[in-house]
Structure formats: structure tokens, C-alpha cells
Design a protein around this ligand. Structure first.
Ligand code: UDP
Length: 311
């Protein structure tokens, strides 16, 4: 039976990946320190003999007995409020954590996939963003801890690939939403849905003209697993190019939830990117992948999940 290790496996995307591999007959080992992950996301897998959970911080020495075929490194705070609150942990997991997990992959001869991010492009000066763009990141700003940690992680993965001839993959993940996002994770989709369900004002930061492009979690999992089983060792953007302003999203969520909430403006966080849209030509060409779930369909499933969490 093939064995896969998923770090950050109790998080939003990590837990969907655990499900994906369990459904396909793999043995799955999930590692999480539960700082931002939550056992509720994997509770349904406890008791499955092919699933094992290890409560561990991957910045500390890591040993897993037995063979491993694939390692997917998803451990990291991933929402702006999380990495603003946990700046040192964010830097440590991107740097020390990636180093430990790469070392484990090397020892086991496992294929290694890094969860990277559109944040490597910072506040982009090229739009949409192709993988060839080197980015515009403020290294000392409050967001820099995440951006630079992921940029360092990419550099480390490529060094292990070149020096140790390791089989590696890098996925640059753009804004993603879906069930199992934490209602209080501070991200725009979680905030707007939670606020709309609670009848509270929807908080648009700045004038709401900044753009993002939102991908549904299932599409993202398909893209990531497509990349894992491809031969591509260069970074690949996975996201939905459907770009919209934050204000448009607020109006859509309000309409969707049939909420009477008003929309209020709040200050724009420092270094908040003004635009973001993935260029997914490489994923289309190499993986034959593109997103299938449209925003209304995805929001319906996400709102349904949030209704079970927000009262
Ligand atoms: N945002 C907002 N209201 C909120 C939360 C976020 O207007 O309650 C904005 C935020 O300033 C950013 C965009 O929505 O421009 C996306 O923010 P998110 O935290 O989801 O992720 P980011 O794409 O910035 O990493």
C-alpha cells in the first residue's frame, strides 16, 4: 500500500488532501501541531486503520518509521491574521520545518511537494502572475514573514532537487475557499460569510477595489494531486483566474446569504496586494488541469458548512 505523509494535515487544505488519499487506498500519516489546524477536520478519519495522526511541530526533529512514497508539506499558518500573530512560527515552519521535512523525504526516497503561495509574488507589478515573475515582496513588512518563508522554502526545495537529485514539486496556491476554513481565520471569504450569517456588517478593507481570484478547495486538490503525479519540478500556479474586487465579493456574499448586513469600510492592512490573478497556462499545458467549480456553486457549499459552525 503506498504511504503518504501530509504535514499540516489537520488544516483546511491538508485535511482535504488526507481525504483524497484515504479515498484512493493510501496509508495516510497526518502531522500537525494544531496551532491553526483542528482535529475536527480529520475526526471522521480517526479509527480508520489506514490513517494515523501525529501531534508534532515539524520545526522539531522529525522521525517516521517505515517507508514513505510521497510527502506533502502543508504545515504553516496561512491566513494574514495568523501569520501576523505568529510571525516567528511562520518563519520557522517555512525555513526549519521545510528543512526537516525535506531531510525526511531524502532519507525515505519520497517525492516531496511544497505548498507554496501566490504571496511569493507580493504586491505584483505584473498582472496576471505567471510563474516566471519574480515578485515584489517587502521583506521587512508584517506580511514579509509569510512571503519570505515561502520564498526561502522554494529555494531550499530547488537546492535539494539540484544537489540531492530529489524528486520535488512546488505548487503556488492562490486564494482558496471551501468547507473547513475556520470561520474566524480572518480571510475575506470566512469573514464575509460569518458576518453575513451573524447579521453583522461586512468589513471591506480599504475601498474594496483590490482584486483576488477565488478557487474552490476541490479544484485545488485536483490541481495539487495532478502536479504530484506529473514530472514537473518547476513551480506551478494553481488557482482560479476568475478575478473580482473585494467589494464585488462582499455584495455577492450578502446577496447569497440573503443578509441585511451593511457593508462598512475598514483600513487596508499594510502591504495588502492591490491585484492578484493566477496565470494558469502552465497548469493547463502540463497537467491538463483547470478549475471547474464556479464561485456560486462553491459559495453555496461553503455557506452550507459555515451554517453548521456559526450560530
Ligand atoms: N479583506 C477585506 N475584509 C476582510 C478580510 C479581508 O476586505 O474582512 C481583504 C484583504 O484586505 C485583502 C483581501 O480581502 O485585500 C483578501 O484577504 P485575505 O485575508 O483573504 O487573503 P490575502 O489574499 O490578502 O492573502
Amino acid at each position: 500500500m503506498p504511504r503518504v505523509l501530509i504535514t499540516g494535515g489537520a488544516g483546511f487544505l491538508g485535511s482535504h488532501l488526507c481525504d483524497h488519499f484515504i479515498d484512493r487506498g493510501y496509508d495516510v500519516i497526518c502531522i500537525d501541531n494544531l496551532i491553526t489546524g483542528n482535529c475536527d477536520n480529520i475526526a471522521h478519519l480517526f479509527g480508520n486503520s489506514r490513517f494515523r495522526f501525529i501531534h508534532h511541530d515539524v520545526t522539531e526533529y522529525l522521525y517516521v518509521a517505515g517507508p514513505l512514497d510521497h510527502i506533502l508539506h502543508f504545515a504553516s499558518p496561512a491566513s494574514p491574521i495568523d501569520y501576523l500573530e505568529l510571525p516567528i512560527q511562520t518563519l520557522k515552519v517555512g525555513a526549519l520545518g521545510t528543512h526537516k521535512v525535506l531531510g525526511l523525504a531524502k532519507d525515505k526516497g519520497a517525492r516531496f511537494l511544497l505548498a507554496s503561495t501566490s504571496e511569493v509574488y507580493g504586491d505584483p507589478l505584473i498582472h496576471p502572475q505567471p510563474e516566471s515573475y519574480w515578485g515584489n515582496v517587502n521583506p521587512i513588512g508584517p506580511r514579509g514573514v509569510y512571503d519570505e518563508a515561502k520564498r526561502f522554502a522554494e529555494a531550499l526545495v530547488m537546492a535539494y532537487h539540484r544537489v540531492h537529485k530529489m524528486d520535488t514539486r512546488i505548487v503556488r496556491i492562490f486564494n482558496t475557499y471551501g468547507p473547513r476554513m475556520r470561520p474566524n481565520d480572518g480571510r475575506v471569504v470566512s469573514n464575509f460569510i460569518t458576518q453575513a450569517l451573524e447579521g453583522k456588517p461586512l468589513t471591506v478593507y480599504g475601498d474594496g477595489s483590490q482584486t483576488r481570484s477565488f478557487c474552490y478547495a476541490d479544484d485545488l486538490v485536483d490541481g495539487i494531486t495532478g502536479l504530484l503525479f506529473s514530472n514537473e519540478s518547476e513551480p506551478v500556479n494553481i488557482g482560479n483566474p476568475n478575478e473580482m474586487t473585494v467589494l464585488e465579493l462582499a455584495r455577492l456574499v450578502k446577496e447569497f446569504v440573503k443578509s441585511k448586513s451593511e457593508i462598512v469600510m475598514k483600513p487596508l492592512p499594510e502591504d495588502d496586494p492591490k491585484v492578484r490573478q493566477p496565470d494558469i497556462s502552465r497548469a493547463r499545458r502540463i497537467l491538463g488541469w483547470e478549475p471547474r467549480v464556479n464561485l456560486r456553486e462553491g459559495l453555496a457549499k461553503t455557506v452550507e458548512y459555515f451554517r453548521t459552525k456559526v450560530h
